[in-house]
Design a protein around this ligand. Structure first.
Ligand SMILES: [Zn+2]
Length: 289
């Protein structure tokens, strides 16, 4: 997994058709391809705390492309496995993630799950600019060249996880998110599954089309913590209603129905002192599809 293929264009080729302000390229941007070569090979434990000022700015990434994530068709199921609520697609062509930091590879959608906590201020796993949000959604994808999630999960380039923050507010319920938030009430018991509308991911569409995201090489945040994940984190939280978040806390974590999943986050992991973790703030001159 080396080479300059994801380095994108040189600065002189860049143009910003929409006239938006271009983030000032930081020192070292021209050397970014070299940084990325090394960056792709070194993995760290996740989650981490992200600070924008400490990131390597790379303004000319190819856009990250989501194919099929919001399409209707086939079936979607939502399951309480005792640790989280997991969405899967069946009987349809699975969504595909390409571009951005993913080199030439295609990553196939495996599942989307959530992390939350017993309050609205600590349910995310990654911390962004010292701020925590109410929930974090992880869209897990595996590298197509390995054929399946199980065969990909231990490979250093095996997985790509796209993370979205959710913020509980007093605003109205998020209508698109309600396709999942209401379904939670049907999977309160552990190991139960319900069907949800196949276009149940439209609530992430707007944020996923945003031009800037953070990416680093990390790990699963659940056992066995394989260091196989290219993380892609969108920084702007999606606003949902407090009730929509609290619904997830009613999910049982045990068959006896005495205990609920009230907190399923892993604490922040600090990189070893002798190793530097490079987080890239990736922007593109064009929008994702
Ligand atoms: Zn997760």
């Amino acid at each position: 997994m080396t080479g300059n293929a994801i380095a994108g264009h040189s600065k002189s080729e860049c143009f910003c058709a929409d006239g938006q302000e271009v983030e000032k390229p930081v020192e070292g941007d021209e050397e970014a391809p070299m940084v990325i070569d090394k960056w792709r090979l070194e993995k760290f434990q996740s989650p981490i705390e992200l600070n924008h000022d400490d990131t390597i700015h790379h303004d000319h990434f190819e856009p990250l492309e989501f194919h099929g994530h919001w399409d209707e068709g086939g079936e979607a199921t939502f399951t309480n496995n005792g640790f989280t609520a997991t969405l899967r697609f069946e009987n349809r062509e699975l969504p595909v993630l390409v571009g951005g930091p993913l080199h030439e590879d295609q990553f196939i959608f495996e599942q989307l799950h959530f992390h939350w906590s017993n309050d609205d201020h600590s349910g995310c796993e990654h911390i962004f600019k010292g701020q925590a949000f109410s929930m974090e959604a992880h869209a897990v994808h595996f590298n197509k060249k390995y054929g399946s999630f199980n065969d990909a999960k231990e490979k250093h380039d095996g997985l790509a996880v796209v993370a979205f923050f959710l913020k509980a507010t007093d605003d109205d319920e998020h209508p698109c998110f309600n396709k999942l938030a209401t379904a939670v009430q049907e999977i309160v018991k552990i190991n139960t599954t319900t069907k949800v509308p196949s276009d149940c991911l439209t609530w992430i569409k707007e944020e996923a089309q945003c031009k800037g995201y953070y990416t680093y090489q990390g790990s699963l945040t659940t056992e066995p913590y394989f260091e196989s994940v290219t993380w892609i984190l969108y920084p702007t939280p999606i606003h949902v209603n407090r009730k929509q978040v609290s619904a997830f806390r009613s999910l049982n974590s045990t068959p006896c129905e005495q205990h609920n999943i009230t907190k399923n986050t892993r604490p922040i992991q600090t990189p070893p002192e002798h190793r530097k973790l490079d987080v890239i703030y990736a922007r593109s001159h064009k929008k994702s599809e």
